[in-house]
Design a protein. Structure first.
Length: 474
């Protein structure tokens, strides 16, 4: 059951077709981000949401968006107030001609875009709305045909959407709701310029939703430019790792990591695991090592075709899953329950990414295990992670024949050319060891937008949108 002990959907004001869909999908209770965001969005406000992966944020924006489209006609006028339940086009009884695109959702990766499309179809199954997804890695022909037939909701990656816009296939002139998901990842992947070009083509009078796991200054600036008097919702800050994840670290020489990975997978009860690496080439090399050792493994990264990535994800979801070796970018959008282990074969250079990685396990009330392989030159990255999560990660001694002793760690840090930051993460204390062999280491125009949204009692503002979609003072 998709159940979270945080609240329920009954009091959120969702229409009956959405409640039926949630019941059919075995959703019983709402997560904190859903409880906070859905009422705000149903009231028509813009929203800046700070939430980690796995918190239920897709439903937080999909459900109110579906309700808005179902209960209004294109242009924002209210229809009968209830969506049809007979499969007829929702909210479009008076419309003639092709369906206008009314909601645009932007996502950084193919997998995340596909997952969001699936969620919209699941929640909106009784509404008669059309949902389409466009992304690279596959032929654009079916995507073009879908857009030509008309869709209500489009989920897209920026690159492919711009291609279709340049071909005059994707028309954004009627978009009422703009959703930018994983905004920090968009920025990290260099999509900022593409996003600005896309936002400039969306009407100024719109509801804008931005979701981001972290809130660096560039994302805050984007929120100020593109959101109109937004409400802010923050759930599960990225600096707080999931409490149900058991974390530990192996201090290991870089050349010993392949043997350590094989030994760990063979000596632990690993049911479904993801191994995170930094590079595409590294992912392929690890798959070869594991396969040669008799361990079934597959890789997903940007150089894999979309068909291969989809096939590997389906294998990973099966009853006999292979070890999934992934880069951080390709892993965005992987929504698989029952992941028992997350293995950081290489520590990320950005500490927030560590929290994203280990958040793949221990979902929906389950527990999980996250282990990291830290070589001497990654010591500073480990310290940055511990500083972010305000926790000293336990040292794992279970495979001591393959790991570095405290003396070896100190020698390599001080004399082997590795980074040293004045803290000896490798020292093992004997007083706090646990039964598993771990011990502690040492370390738009305001008036028009207000009137069309019908925000009762909302004060007037002296802000307006420029032609680029940014908010400026009038």
């Amino acid at each position: 059951m998709n159940s979270f002990e945080n609240g329920n959907f009954e009091g959120l004001g969702l229409i009956q077709p959405l409640m039926r869909a949630l019941t059919s999908a075995s959703y019983e209770t709402a997560t904190p981000i859903q409880l906070e965001a859905i009422p705000v969005l149903l009231s028509g406000y813009d929203l800046m949401g700070c939430a980690q992966t796995g918190t239920g944020k897709t439903a937080a924006f999909a459900l109110p968006t579906l309700q808005r489209l179902a209960c209004t006609t294109p242009g924002g006028e209210h229809s009968t107030g209830e969506a049809p339940t007979n499969g007829a086009p929702a909210g479009n009884a008076q419309r003639q001609g092709p369906r206008p695109l009314r909601c645009l959702v932007l996502a950084p990766t193919r997998e995340l875009a596909a997952q969001i499309e699936k969620s919209f179809n699941t929640y909106g199954r009784f509404l008669g709305l059309r949902v389409a997804v466009v992304h690279g890695g596959v032929s654009q022909v079916p995507q073009v045909r879908a857009l030509q037939r008309g869709v209500d909701i489009l989920v897209a990656t920026p690159g492919r959407l711009l291609d279709l816009m340049n071909q005059h296939v994707a028309d954004l002139s009627k978009v009422e709701v703009l959703v930018i998901d994983e905004a920090d990842q968009m920025f990290d992947m260099g999509f900022l310029r593409d996003l600005k070009r896309i936002v400039a083509k969306v009407p100024l009078d719109r509801q804008t939703l931005m979701f981001s796991a972290t809130m660096p200054d560039p994302i805050s600036e984007l929120a100020k430019q593109w959101l109109f008097e937004p409400k802010y919702v923050e759930v599960a800050r990225v600096s707080s790792a999931a409490t149900d994840v058991e974390q530990s670290v192996f201090h290991v020489g870089a050349s010993s990591k392949p043997k350590l990975l094989v030994s760990f997978l063979k000596t632990n009860a690993v049911s479904r695991s993801i191994v995170f690496v930094r590079t595409k080439h590294g992912a392929d090399q690890i798959v070869k090592v594991l396969t040669n050792s008799g361990i079934d493994a597959v890789a997903i990264h940007g150089n894999k075709s979309q068909n291969a990535r989809t096939r590997h994800l389906e294998q990973f979801k099966s009853d006999r899953p292979p070890v999934l070796v992934a880069t951080d970018i390709a892993a965005r959008g992987i929504d698989v329950h029952g992941i028992s282990h997350v293995i950081n074969y290489q520590l990320p250079e950005v500490p927030e990414i560590y929290v994203h990685r280990i958040g793949r396990t221990a979902r929906a009330g389950a527990t999980g295990i996250a282990v990291s392989f830290c070589s001497p030159d990654e010591r500073s990255s480990l310290q940055d992670i511990e500083r972010l999560i305000k926790t000293t990660i336990d040292v794992n001694d279970s495979l001591s024949e393959l790991t570095l002793s405290a003396a070896e760690q100190k020698q390599r840090v001080t004399g082997g050319g590795a980074s040293s930051s004045g803290r000896s993460n490798g020292s093992r204390s004997s007083g706090s060891s646990r039964s598993s062999g771990r011990s502690r280491s040492g370390t738009g125009g305001s008036a028009s937008r207000q009137s069309t949204r019908g925000r009762a009692g909302k004060p007037a503002s002296n802000q307006r949108r420029s032609s680029s979609g940014d908010l400026v003072r009038s």
